[in-house]
Design a protein around this ligand. Sequence first.
Ligand code: ADP
Ligand code: MG
Length: 266
Amino acid sequence: MKKIFSLLLILFQPLLSSFTLVGEGVRGKVFQHTQEDGKTIAIKTYHNKQELEEKYGVEDLSNVFAEDGTSFKAVHAYNVSQQLDHPAILKIYAIKNKIEANGQVHTCLEMEYVEGKTLLITEPASQSLDQAVKNALTLINALQYGFTQNLIYIDLWPGNIMFDQEDALKLIDIEDFFSLDLFLDDPQANRQNIHREFLQRVIKALVKILACAPLSEENIHALGELLVAVLVPYGDKIDQPVTSDSAALFMTLLDDLHEVISGLNR
Ligand SMILES: Nc1ncnc2c1ncn2[C@@H]1O[C@H](COP(=O)(O)OP(=O)(O)O)[C@@H](O)[C@H]1O
Ligand SMILES: [Mg+2]
């Protein structure tokens, strides 16, 4: 009997293990899945109406779901991803609505799978200085690339940055890219606060990325210089009315960061 069970387990193992839960966020669950063609992908399943009501008690969900239950966030993520083609920005392959046996709809994104972990749980001093500097520069490059597509990444935090098996950086959660126009043309939005908050997030993330390397006294000094080099002129800029195009301003500031970080492991 025991043998039969083992045999059944072996036979059904591929089915059972074909969807492995690899992460969970506020918006849904992420599974690893190996397709029939052997390619491993990630599938992000967004919470549906019923789950959101149960989990967060949100009642008016007309801004969150279309009438057929499609998640607007997932649609936004998919549309934005079509404008982005950068090695450090997660690729989204497809958007699908999965209808459960009970009739509930789940919107899913099929995405590039990152075998690795987020910056949130990466141990300090676990990467080489070369790699950490490379990752800091990669992040700057990805954000600058976003601006060239008129997109700003608004939820930059360690939970949305992953490192693969080679310790290379990948920005996940593509729905956090928004059109710069949408964001900055909002009459309610305070442009200076947006600038300040964005830069604060970038600097926090860069410092955390650089702390992935064992930092010597010399490097820590360079990090201090980085903060001064960037924040001092930035302070001047935000005290003046912002006349320049926002994307150009972000680019200049990212260039400054780029320059200081490039000098870090020389
Ligand atoms: N493409 C991926 N490959 C591997 N793991 C992923 C991928 N995308 C997300 N994850 C894992 O799932 C978690 C939640 O994903 P995320 O997209 O940030 O969800 P949320 O939108 O809810 O914040 C991440 O912290 C990460 O651990
Ligand atoms: Mg996230």
